[in-house]
Design a protein around this ligand. Structure first.
Ligand SMILES: Nc1nc2c(ncn2[C@@H]2O[C@H](COP(=O)(O)OP(=O)(O)OP(=O)(O)O)[C@@H](O)[C@H]2O)c(=O)[nH]1
Ligand SMILES: [Mg+2]
Length: 644
């Protein structure tokens, strides 16, 4: 019988204990004989020198272990919000997750961000309340916060003894725990008619085995979330959590005979600088020496797999093939990048889950001789790191950023791995441009500005905020050079790619979005017109159309939800006003005040820096992306080449 595989993500707010829990699970499953520690820098995951030095996880990492006939591929993720893009990649390849919550700190801002993502993607998850051995740990308090702030559909799986001491333990409830059984039946009955009918007849009348089956079924459909308690340091609650992994989360064998399809969620360089791609297979089988098609937005490549390492027990083991459900590390695909799809598209191609990076910084080599090397190094980092988006403007290299910690990590990586010392300019905000009106332009064949044997006309219209770019073709198919593009679909795909590329930098120097681009004219002289002519015409025509439409520069906004002591409302509101935000009147819950405000991204960071001082360390800020807002003085036509 083929082994079942569970691809399991470990997610949490920073420092909740993901890496420590990973280590514990590997130990409990017999993969390692000694338990490493994050503080001593000796864990299996967190293997990068920089992670060990800082004691935080920066990159996701994969390790495997077995529970009977089940192989668990565990993906340890970073909790720091600067590395959220790393988590986003991992989410797209998971069968299930463990969301770790500290019993001391309780539900934290990032816990909510991650839970929202799990719910949106309908990823089944177990909640693990960690650190029950630490002074200040809570049980009921944490459960109440979980129900109120994460999901009301949670099922506690047992009770804690010795809370807040080294001897803290967790005991799972069983058939004879009447009160827990009634609560479980009640929760499950909300989503199952049969259980409801039986439960209404007799609270204890539903057979226990039936309840457990229904709990597994509802957990696998991400309708309810079982809650376990324990300690990754002492090992309390670990056997119960492992039973939960094997019994409550979905695991499959997949269709190994189907067409090959997978997704790349991590890229690494091997000791010789060769590229290693971590792929989760959704269907089919890949063998060594197979030629594979892979790519992402606007990229299409082919390459030969030269070696395969499959995750089965601990790190990757050399194998000749990898099949549906498994995770493998592939060698030989030189052009591959993070986020790429292999073969057929896997289900649910990605729409961004989290806010885009709103900050960027110009990076420069300290030694002028390193300039070219820096360009190469950043390109390599961008291939393996979903966070690093490099933008080149004349004479400058800018990287997009989520925050200052990420900046420090990039700086250290460039120094450690590439021997390049860099300086960063102060962080600035990444704006976008939106068209304010409609505009159109055309280059007929033979026009003074058009040296090509091809004609193109494009119109730009504003589209609703957040809608992105839509491209439409409104020309007769007979005006399309079929000898170049073979099919209309192909032509549309290539034109979409040219348009997307041209919109990366608008008249004011920012990415143009929230617009509809319509092609209303097309022509060619056969057989001299080629794809290159349409590619070169597109930015010329589009920029002319955008100049006519006029664009407005918009800055990213962050919604900040604050929970502060009621006594600190006045100074906090004053600070919000100074930073340019307006806040609705605060809502009081006892001695806690809740308020919400919308601030420009850079100002939101200032507020987070000020908050501890303003609230005696008691205030909590939760941030989410609040869309883009026009900069006051920027509407109208472009006057000069740049908005930066
Ligand atoms: N007392 C106690 N300490 C714990 C427990 N789990 C983790 N810790 C400690 O908490 C700190 C953070 O643990 P990590 O495992 O690095 O947390 P993490 O969630 O992986 O952190 P990031 O990956 O950086 O987000 C370390 O000092 C651990 O020793 C626990 O169950 N009990
Ligand atoms: Mg970690």
């Amino acid at each position: 019988m083929p082994r079942r595989t569970l691809n399991l993500g470990i997610l949490a707010h920073v420092d909740a204990g993901k890496t420590t829990l990973t280590e514990r699970l590997l130990f409990a499953a017999g993969v390692i004989d000694e338990i490493g520690s994050v503080d001593a820098g000796t864990t299996q995951t967190d293997s990068l020198a920089l992670e060990r030095r800082r004691g935080i996880t920066i990159k996701s990492a994969v390790v495997s272990f077995s529970i009977e006939d089940l192989t668990v591929n565990l993906l340890d993720t970073p909790g720091h919000p600067d590395f959220i893009a790393e988590v986003e990649r991992v989410l797209s390849v998971l069968d299930g997750a463990v969301l770790v919550i500290s019993a001391v700190e309780g539900v934290q801002p990032q816990t909510r961000v991650l839970m929202r993502a799990l719910r949106r993607l309908r990823i089944p998850a177990l909640l693990f309340v960690n650190k029950i051995d630490r002074a200040g740990a809570g049980e009921e308090r944490v459960l109440r916060a979980i129900s109120a702030r994460l999901s009301p559909a949670v099922v506690p799986m047992g009770s804690v003894s010795g809370l807040g001491t080294r001897a803290a333990g967790f005991t799972a409830w069983g058939e004879t725990d009447a009160a827990a059984r009634v609560r479980l039946a009640e929760m499950l009955a909300e989503r199952d008619e049969e259980i409801l009918a039986a439960y209404v007849d007799d609270e204890l009348g539903v057979p226990y085995a039936r309840l457990r089956r229904e709990l597994a079924s509802q957990t696998r459909r991400a309708l309810v979330y079982p809650v376990f308690f324990g300690s990754a340091v002492t090992g309390a609650g670990l056997p119960e959590l492992m039973d939960g992994l094997a019994g409550l989360l979905p695991a499959g064998t997949g269709n190994a005979a189907g067409p090959a399809s997978g997704r790349v969620f991590k890229i690494e360089r091997g000791p010789g600088g060769e590229k290693l791609a971590y792929v989760r297979m959704f269907s089919g089988t890949i063998r060594t020496r197979d030629r594979l098609r892979f790519g992402g937005e606007g990229r299409d490549h082919e390459g030969k797999v030269t070696a395969i390492g499959v995750f089965e027990r601990g790190p990757a083991t050399p194998r000749t093939s990898v099949s549906a459900g498994q995770i493998a590390r592939l060698r030989g695909l030189d052009e591959i990048q993070i986020g790429d799809q292999i073969g057929e598209s896997p289900p649910g191609a990605a729409e961004p889950l989290f806010a885009p990076p709103t900050l960027e910084s110009v990076v420069a080599a300290r030694r002028p001789d390193d300039r070219a090397a820096l360009r190469v190094a950043l390109r390599q980092l961008a291939e393996q790191d979903p966070l690093i988006n490099v933008r080149q403007s004349p004479g400058e290299l800018a990287v997009s950023l989520y925050g200052e910690v990420q900046k420090e990590v990039i700086e250290a990586t460039l120094a450690d791995d590439f021997g390049i010392d860099v300086t960063f300019r102060p962080t600035t905000t990444i704006c976008i441009e939106r068209p304010v009106g409609s505009g159109q332009a055309a280059e007929p064949i033979g026009a003074p500005g058009n040296p090509f044997p091809a004609a193109l006309g494009l119109r730009v219209d504003p589209a609703p905020a957040g809608s992105g770019v839509a491209f439409r073709i409104e020309v007769d198919v007979r005006s399309v050079p079929m000898y170049v593009y073979k099919t209309v679909g192909n032509f549309a795909a290539m034109m979409t790619r040219y348009v997307t590329r041209a919109l990366r930098e608008g008249p004011r120097g920012w990415r143009v979005t929230d617009c509809a681009v319509t092609m209303f004219e097309c022509g060619y002289i056969s057989p001299s017109a080629t794809a290159a002519h349409f590619r070169k015409l597109t930015p010329l025509v589009l920029m002319a159309a955008l100049d006519q439409a006029g664009t407005v520069v918009c800055e990213p906004m962050i919604r900040v939800s604050l929970e502060i002591p009621a006594g600190t409302v006045t100074p906090v509101l004053a600070a919000v006003a100074r930073l340019g935000g307006a806040a609705a009147p605060p809502v009081l819950h006892g001695d806690i005040a809740m308020l919400e405000t919308l601030l420009p991204a850079a100002r939101a960071q200032d507020l987070q820096r000020l908050l501890p001082g303003l609230t005696g360390g008691e205030g909590v800020a939760e941030t989410s992306f609040g869309g883009y807002r026009p900069l006051a003085a920027s509407a109208g036509r472009a006057q000069s080449s740049g908005g930066r």
